[in-house]
Structures are given as structure tokens and as C-alpha cells.
Design a protein around this ligand. Structure first.
Ligand code: G3H
Ligand code: 13P
Ligand code: ZN
Length: 330
């Protein structure tokens, strides 16, 4: 049994309170390897941003749960070594069972998500409440979810959004005791969030996706004023990465994300945690492909993972400064 406090981590309660008051959002960056973790910590120290290190169940299996615990502790020490003891949380992304959430609480996570959004409403409440009781007994914060995002969440694929129903949120948060609520207002996971048919074109011929449902977000905020809201599926899918990937042999098609201005707007509301995974995947893939294409004789992994790490750091710093507004808040 390892408690997160002994690793130097923090839970998300204080982070969210400050983020709502200050009208910004905390970045939740997914990671599963050393280079991603180095880039996240270096970018957040440089821009003085608090950060949530986010691990999916797939990432936990990939990286190994014991290694992960030491990596998170290492992240705290690395930040100090770089010059600033920024607040760092370690969060389970899309936990699907009580057992997985319990295992994460027991191995040093400071926050867990229990995603019961694919269950019936009553089953979602029962499962979420059970996780909250266990996690809170250990000082760990809990994120629940209402509504379903289109796209892929680990092994679950949903074809259509089911937007969060504002009339359910008061009942859900009071009966479960969750600390934050993930909602569905038009974002989705992955690099193909919209089809071209769903988009319009601007004067330069670029595809413009339909706006997020800020009306639903406002309704939710009216129901639970000041309650921390989480936005999943918030990658913006930078087209320069897509172009680089395709230029050097990739075949990404119809890759469309959430425009950054919309995320910026969301960050000024009660949305206080914004999840970004796909943009990091794109940055890494673009950088690695470019090295392979231009230096085909290269076979030292540091020579392609190093540039990928540099690109990731740039991306994460850009997010904290220009999109989430969390820079300078550590
Ligand atoms: O919400 C999904 C995240 O992007 C994690 O993805 O399950 O492939 O690690 P993953
Ligand atoms: P993206 O696929 O848009 O990066 O979303 C990540 C996410 O929501 C992780 O939970
Ligand atoms: Zn998600």
C-alpha cells in the first residue's frame, strides 16, 4: 500500500478550486513512457503550470504499475531539480471497475476517474459511489462521467454522442459524492472528431467543425454552480502535425480536432480539467517520421525519441500558455 502523499503528489481538489476561481483549466496530459513524462514535466516547470499526469488502464498495463509509481515520484523530484516544485497529480483515466480504481488508490494515484457512463444511470451511480467511498477514505479525489462521447474510449466504441442531461447532474453529484464531473458537449476521443460532412468551410477553404454545445455547459453550470467540470476529447489535432505525418509516409485521413479558441473559452468556465492525449501522439509521430525520412541510416533511439520529446515539450508549453491559461499558476 503506497499513499500518494509519500510520493510528493497532490490530489485535485485544491487545483480545481483555484482553477475555477482563476478562470483557467489544469492540463491533464496522458503519458505512458519516459520521453512523454520528461516533456510534460519540463514544459510545466518552464511555464509554471500545475499538471495532472494521466494514465489510462491500457497505459498502466503498457508501462507496468510498479514502474509508474516510481515514474510519478521521479516526476516530482525532476520538477524540483528543474527549479520549481509544481503541484503534480497522478490520475487514472477512464477507470472502468471498482477493482482497478482501488488498485490505483493502493499504488499511489492521487485521483481516479470511474467512468460508468456506459452503464444505466442507476448502475453508474452505484459504481461511482462505491469508488468514492473507498477513494475518499484515502484522500484520493474522484471524477465521474455523465453522457457518452462519440469515438473510442479504450475498448469501448460509441458511434454517437449522448450529451450530458443537465437535469441529471444535481442528483448524480449529490448521490455519488464525486469531486468532479466529466461531461459530453460535443468533443470526442482520437484524431477524427468530426467527418468533413459535419464541417463547414471558411474563406480559406479550411474545414470548420460544428461548435461545442456551450448552451448545455451553461445549463449544467446553473444546476451545480462552481462544481468542477472536466472536458475529455479536447485535442485540437494541429494540422501541421497531420501534414508532416502524411508527407513522410503516414496515411491519416480526415483528422479534425476541437479549435483552440473553443477550448480557451471552455477553460474560463467551470471546466477546470482539460484532457489531451491525441495531440501528443501526433507530435511524437510527426517528429519520429521526419527523422526516419531524412536520416534513414539512424538507429540510435535517442536520435528520434529526443526530437519527439522536444516537439512534445513545445506542444505542452503552448497548451498551458495559450489554451488552458494554467501557465504561471503553479
Ligand atoms: O481516453 C482515452 C485516452 O486517449 C487513452 O487512450 O486507452 O489508448 O491509452 P488509451
Ligand atoms: P483526445 O483524444 O482528444 O486527446 O482526448 C483524450 C482524453 O479525453 C483522455 O481521457
Ligand atoms: Zn477521455
Amino acid at each position: 500500500m503506497v499513499n500518494y502523499k509519500d510520493l510528493g503528489l497532490v490530489n485535485t481538489n485544491d487545483l480545481f478550486k483555484k482553477a475555477i476561481e482563476g478562470k483557467y483549466a489544469i492540463p491533464a496530459f496522458n503519458f505512458n513512457n519516459m520521453e512523454q513524462l520528461q516533456a510534460i514535466v519540463a514544459a510545466c516547470v518552464e511555464t509554471k503550470s500545475p499538471v495532472i499526469l494521466q494514465v489510462s488502464s491500457g497505459a498502466r498495463k503498457y508501462a507496468n504499475q510498479t514502474l509508474l509509481r516510481y515514474m510519478a515520484q521521479g516526476a516530482v523530484e525532476y520538477a524540483k531539480e528543474l527549479g520549481l516544485n509544481i503541484p503534480i497529480a497522478l490520475h487514472l483515466d477512464h477507470g472502468d471497475t471498482f477493482e482497478l480504481c482501488k488498485s490505483c488508490v493502493d499504488s499511489g494515484f492521487s485521483s481516479v476517474m470511474i467512468d460508468g457512463s456506459h452503464h444505466s444511470y442507476e448502475d453508474n451511480i452505484a459504481l461511482t459511489k462505491k469508488v468514492v467511498e473507498y477513494a475518499h477514505a484515502h484522500g484520493v479525489s474522484v471524477e465521474g462521467e455523465l453522457g457518452v462521447l462519440a469515438g473510442v474510449e479504450d475498448d469501448v466504441v460509441a458511434e454517437h454522442h449522448t450529451y450530458t442531461r443537465p437535469e441529471e447532474v444535481v442528483d448524480f453529484v449529490t448521490r455519488t459524492g464525486v469531486d468532479s464531473l466529466a461531461i459530453s458537449i460535443g468533443t470526442s476521443h482520437g484524431a477524427n472528431k468530426f467527418t468533413p460532412a459535419q464541417c463547414t468551410r471558411d474563406e480559406n477553404g479550411h474545414l470548420v467543425p460544428p461548435p461545442l454545445r456551450f448552451d448545455i455547459l451553461e445549463e449544467i453550470e446553473k444546476q451545480i454552480p462552481g462544481f468542477p467540470i472536466v472536458l475529455h476529447g479536447a485535442s485540437s489535432v494541429p494540422q501541421e502535425y497531420v501534414e508532416t505525418i502524411n508527407k513522410y509516409g503516414g496515411v491519416l485521413k480526415d483528422s479534425i480536432g476541437i479549435p483552440e479558441e473553443q477550448l480557451r473559452k471552455a477553460a474560463t468556465s467551470a471546466v477546470c480539467k482539460i484532457n489531451i492525449d491525441s495531440d501528443g501522439r501526433l507530435a511524437m509521430t510527426a517528429a519520429v517520421r521526419e527523422v526516419f525520412a531524412n536520416q534513414p541510416g539512424e538507429f540510435d533511439a535517442r536520435k528520434y525519441l529526443g526530437p519527439a520529446r522536444d516537439e512534445l515539450k513545445k506542444l505542452y508549453a503552448h497548451k498551458t500558455v495559450s489554451v488552458l491559461g494554467s501557465a504561471g499558476k503553479a
